[in-house]
Structure formats: structure tokens, C-alpha cells
Design a protein around this ligand. Sequence first.
Ligand code: BEZ
Ligand code: FE
Length: 297
Amino acid sequence: MRETPALSAEQQAREEDLIQRVLRSFDECTNPRLKELMISAVENLHAFVREVRLTEEEWLQGIEFLTAVGHMTNDQRQEFILLSDTLGVSMQTIAINNEAYDDATEATVFGPFFVEGSPALESGGDIAFGAAGEPCWVEGTVTDAQGRPVAGAGIEVWEADAAGFYDVQYGDQRTAARGQLSSQADGSYRFWAVTPVPYPIPDDGPVGKMLEATGRSPMRAAHLHFLVRAPHCRTLVTHIFVEGDELLDSDTVFGVKNSLVKKFERQPVGTPTPDGRVVEGTWSKVTFDIVLAPAGA
Ligand code: BEZ
Ligand code: FE
């Protein structure tokens, strides 16, 4: 942390007096939670401005940056969420709101590429729908925190293709590399996907500029997204990551959790597949056992 320069008593008094006046401006706020949020935001913002001794030029640059983030944001592109993601604020909010509960599977960042109403699959179906990539067999179970199978859990999955793009990024209305299915009576599930690859977050806007200016990479570690919903259980938004991926320690949205890193076992050409599907080249196989916390936990 930068050392705060010695300030005269008069200077300190002026700065502190301003904060107190701003805080008192919320005295009449009748919504206690809003009041708490505003007071803490003001205290922390002023602490930041004072700690770094923000110059007026830097203040203006900050305003211009946030203005650009706003201008980049539209129905298709949420640059503010991307900013929150790349500053770890999304993951911190997720951590606070998905408290550790026994062995419940950890949550991670949602990302901008989920689409409602993805194709419904039978158990063992393929989410690729023509997406390029090495076939990947995904299987596992959904259980509750007591280890009881959760039948009929809704499982939605989505991922980038081998080129590192989600279907919606092609802008041609295609639906690929996404789908939804349900867990079976014994809690098991299985489907074909493509082996995840690393890809960059959308970095053609102000957030990309911020990453570049600060020497950071826009790359996300390879992953496969899951959204799992079941009655009486906490909804789980998560992904699984690929063991051995060299980006695991530098995921640009801080989404990686050790418990979510899984072995994607590459199978040599000619290895029989679990469902008898004929695959020309190599394929991979991963197991992901999902444990749902109770609703409200
Ligand atoms: C994603 O995984 O799809 C994603 C997450 C956060 C920001 C950008 C992309
Ligand atoms: Fe993603």
C-alpha cells in the first residue's frame, strides 16, 4: 500500500468534514438496506480517493472509462458485468451468496453466453449440434448434501466450440454447443459435448483496454458451463475446468476453484465409447458429480 503523505491538521479536518456531510445527507433515507449500502459505498469510495490522493486528471479518466463502459453496453453486451467479472467483484458476490455447505458443489461466474430455451436432449444426447471440437463424454450424478440422488434435476450446459466461440458470437442464429437434460431416477446424467478449450472474453471494448493497460490477459481457462435446478435445492451455476490447463491460475474472471478442476481423460483413436457411438479420432471423458445444497442454505 502507498504511504499516505503527512497531511496538515487543517487538510485532514476538511477531508473528514466532507465525508461526514455526505454521510449525513442519507440521514432521512427510510430504506435501511439502501442507507447501509450508500453509507458504505461513500465511506469506501472516499477512502480510496484519499488513500491514492486521486488527481483531478485521474478522476476524469475514471469518469471517461465508466462512460465508455456504459456506451459499450446494450441488449447483447453487458460491459459493466464484464468489468465486475474482471475485477473479481462477480466472484466475490457469488462466494458470499453461495455459502460453503458440506460437500455442495462450488458455484462460479455465470458469464454472458447463457441462452434460455436451449435444445432439450435425451439422456446421452449430444449438445454439439455441429459445433467443431473433439467429442467429450460427460457423466456424473446429482445428489443432495445427504448423498441422496436427485431425480429430475434440470441440467443446462453450454460451452465455446473448438475455435473458442459461443454460437451467439457468430451472429447467424445458429444454436450449437448448448442443451438441457434431466437427471435420471438414480440421479445420474450423461451427454456428449466437445472438449473445452481456452478462449478470450470479449476484449474489444474498454474492459479489454483496461486488461491490456494493466498487463493482463483476456483469456479464460477452458471450461464447460452448468446450471442445475431442482426443487428444494439451491440453484447451482458453475463450470468444470480441465486439469492441466496452463490458464487455471490466471483465469481472467477468477472463476477457477480447485474443486471444479476435473480430469478430462483423452481416449486414443479406436477406443470404444460408452454408448457405442463411432468416433473417428480421439475423444475425451470426464466425470462430474454434482452435490446440491438445500434451498435457502
Ligand atoms: C464465460 O465463461 O463465458 C465468461 C464469463 C465471464 C466473462 C466473460 C465470459
Ligand atoms: Fe464460458
